[in-house]
Design a binder for this molecule. Structure first.
Ligand code: NAP
Ligand code: 3JN
Length: 340
């Protein structure tokens, strides 16, 4: 029997996430019948590949979606806000990478390893939101622990790579490195300050409560996906001079104690997660060995000596893949298999 194929649009196809979305659709052999690449008018004339064939980039307009079954959006929140409704009106299901719809009650926010059944609610608005990348990497590790003993509080510090701010930001970090070697002054506009030899405790804009929007995404999105508004997440999100893959130091407080050995066992069995925790051999997760894959690696698992029922761990994941493109394609796979 021939399998059903879908017409797919990738909005933001020329960007860091869009480029990977295309590669991940290819790698996972998503049943694509026809593919459409959309970006700004600046990219008209560019040609991108699909399984070796040239596909021209088209300008994103409200008329871009006729005949499209699944529309991935990774062109920034403004474009999602403006064009996702047009895609839905044209009959597509939208899988959106931006934050604009994430907290809307009638739009599911999904990590397939965490709350796959929420996808069923896509029918309300025709849109499924992909969470923030830093939240995704943390929550795949939180989920098995939360299922064992409810998590009451999370304190997390992130170490976020340059590519989290897009393709140009990653190029800027490379250029700052070349410029430093040749003795030129720092240049660039992707970050508030030079990133090379620096860390910047500021990602997205500041909110009134002193947290940044990135930090509040971790709090709000974690609650929504775990269906638990009693969890409190205090995050400090920091940009570091790493090209790809975000790292996070996570401390949790649970209702019952989770012994580190039990946590290793639970995490080892969890989907999307691998435990890499052999401190005696200097083996722990790091971004340069994590970038390029879909697994989130967890290590440095230990009891938190500062509180009752506390556990500390370190988790690293490729934020462009599992944090964005792969998660979105996994959502589309479930949609295609179960709902469309
Ligand atoms: P990026 O590399 O800067 O790419 C942005 C994409 O959006 C490009 O394809 C760009 O097209 C397109 N675009 C910009 N303005 C447009 C317009 N007016 N009309 C149509 N297309 C337009 O950014 P990115 O890292 O891929 O991130 C894209 C979005 O994904 C983010 O805004 C965020 O919501 C989400 N996201 C990113 C990450 C991450 O780790 N980077 C993680 C999770 C979610 P042109 O090339 O034509 O300008
Ligand atoms: O900075 C990072 O490391 C991740 C960036 C994510 C991002 C960048 C621009 C806009 C987002 C996001 O996914 O939350 C958004 C957004 O708010 O849509």
């Amino acid at each position: 029997m021939s399998r059903k194929e879908f017409t797919v649009a990738v909005t933001g196809a020329t960007g860091a996430v869009g480029d990977l979305m295309i590669r991940v659709l290819e790698e996972r052999d998503f049943p694509v019948g026809d593919i459409r690449y959309l970006a700004s008018s600046r990219s008209v004339g560019k040609v991108l590949k699909w399984k070796g064939e040239d596909v021209p980039v088209q300008e994103l307009t409200r008329d871009s979606f006729s005949g499209v079954d699944i529309a991935f959006f990774s062109a920034g929140g403004g474009r999602s806000q403006e064009f996702a409704p047009a895609a839905v009106d044209a009959g597509a299901v939208v899988v959106d990478n931006s934050s604009v719809f994430r907290m809307e009650p009638d739009i599911p926010l999904v990590v397939p390893e965490v709350n796959p059944d929420d996808i069923a609610h896509y029918t309300d608005r025709g849109i499924i939101a992909n969470p923030n990348c830093t939240t995704i990497i943390m929550i795949v590790a939180l989920k098995p622990l939360h299922d064992y003993s409810r998590i009451k509080r999370v304190v997390v510090s992130s170490y976020q790579s340059a590519s989290g701010a897009g393709a140009k930001a990653m190029e800027e970090l490379k250029k700052q490195t070349r410029d430093w070697v040749s003795g030129k002054p720092f240049e660039g506009s992707a970050f508030q300050y030079p990133l090379l030899f620096n860390v910047i405790p500021h990602i997205d804009s500041f909110s009134e409560n002193g947290y940044t929007r990135e930090e509040m995404k971790m709090h709000n999105e974690t609650r929504k996906m775990l269906h638990d508004d009693d969890i409190n997440v205090s995050a400090t999100c920091v940009r570091v001079p790493v090209l790809t893959a975000h790292s996070e130091a996570v401390s949790i407080e649970t209702e019952r104690e989770i012994h580190p050995e039990k946590a290793r066992e639970l995490l080892a069995e969890a989907p999307g997660v691998e435990v890499l925790d052999e401190p005696a051999d200097n083996r722990y997760p790091m971004p340069i060995y994590t970038a390029g894959g879909d697994t989130c690696y967890v290590g440095r698992i230990r009891k938190d000596i500062s509180t009752r029922n506390g556990l500390v761990f370190w988790v690293v994941g490729d934020q462009l893949r599992k944090g964005a493109a792969t998660n979105a394609v996994q959502i589309a796979e479930i949609l295609a298999e179960k709902y469309l």
